[in-house]
Ligand binder design. Structure first.
Ligand SMILES: [Zn+2]
Length: 225
C-alpha cells in the first residue's frame, strides 16, 4: 500500500457537478484529473485499435462494454501507480463489478466523494453546460457569454451527451444502475458526501472542509494505535 498516493473517486449523477469539482481539486492539489469518458474519447480520436472498436460500437448505437472501460481505466491507473501520482477519477465505477475490480487493484488510498444532487438540478445544469473542445473545461451558458474558452481560447461546444434528450436519458440510466453502486460504496467505504444542490462556491468550501476533517480523523485514529 502506497500511503503517499491518493485516488479521489468522484461519484454522482451526470450534472451533479463532478467535472467542476474535479477541476477544482486538480487546481488545489495539482494532480491528474480524468474521466472514463475522456479515456474513451482519446482512444477514438487517436484511432487506436481499441478506439476503432469503441467508435464502431457507438455507431451501432450500443453501449461500450463494461470490461473495455474497466481495462482503459485500470491501464491509466497503473501508469499513475508506476509514477506514484495521485489522481482524481470521474465517471468510474459505474457498475458493481467495476467497483470490485478497482478495489482489488488499488495499491493506494482511495477517497470516495459522493456529490448528491436532485435530478431537476442536474438536468438544469446539463442543458446549460458548454464544454471546451480543446481542454474539456466546463462552463455554464449563463456565466460564460464568450464564444471561446476562458482558459485556452478553444471553441466551446454543447456536448452531445448534454443535449436535453440525451441528458434525461443519462439521468434515468443513472437511477437504474450507478445509484445502486453508490449505495454499496456508501455501506463499505464511508464516502465523503457533498450536497451538490448548492452554488459551486459553497460546494467547494464544504468539500475542502470535509477533506480536511477526514484527514484529521485519520490522524487521530493513527495516533491512537
Ligand atoms: Zn479550453
Amino acid at each position: 500500500m502506497n500511503v503517499n498516493m491518493v485516488g479521489y473517486i468522484l461519484l454522482g449523477s451526470p450534472g451533479a457537478g463532478k467535472g467542476t469539482i474535479g477541476q477544482f481539486l486538480q487546481e488545489t492539489y495539482g494532480i491528474d484529473h480524468f474521466s472514463s469518458g475522456d479515456l474513451l474519447r482519446s482512444e477514438v480520436s487517436e484511432q487506436t485499435l481499441i478506439g476503432k472498436e469503441i467508435a464502431a460500437t457507438i455507431d451501432r448505437g450500443e453501449q461500450v462494454p463494461d470490461e473495455m472501460i474497466t481495462q482503459l481505466v485500470l491501464n491509466r491507473i497503473e501508469q499513475l501507480v508506476a509514477e506514484n501520482k495521485s489522481f482524481i477519477l470521474d465517471g468510474f465505477p459505474q457498475t458493481l463489478p467495476q467497483a470490485e475490480r478497482l478495489n482489488h487493484f488499488a495499491k493506494f488510498e482511495i477517497k470516495y466523494i459522493y456529490v448528491k444532487v436532485a435530478p431537476e438540478t442536474a438536468l438544469e445544469r446539463m442543458i446549460h453546460r458548454i464544454t471546451c473542445s480543446v481542454c474539456t473545461a466546463i462552463f455554464s451558458k449563463m456565466s460564460q457569454a464568450e464564444e471561446a474558452c476562458a482558459k485556452c481560447n478553444g471553441t466551446l461546444v454543447v456536448r452531445k451527451s448534454d443535449q436535453p434528450e440525451t441528458a434525461s436519458r443519462r439521468l434515468v440510466q443513472f437511477q437504474q444502475t450507478t445509484k445502486h453502486v453508490i449505495k454499496e460504496i456508501k455501506k463499505d467505504f464511508n464516502p465523503i458526501i457533498i450536497d451538490g444542490n448548492q452554488a459551486i462556491e459553497a460546494i467547494r468550501e464544504n468539500l475542502l472542509r470535509s477533506l480536511n476533517t477526514a484527514s484529521f480523523k485519520e490522524k487521530l485514529h493513527d495516533s491512537s494505535l
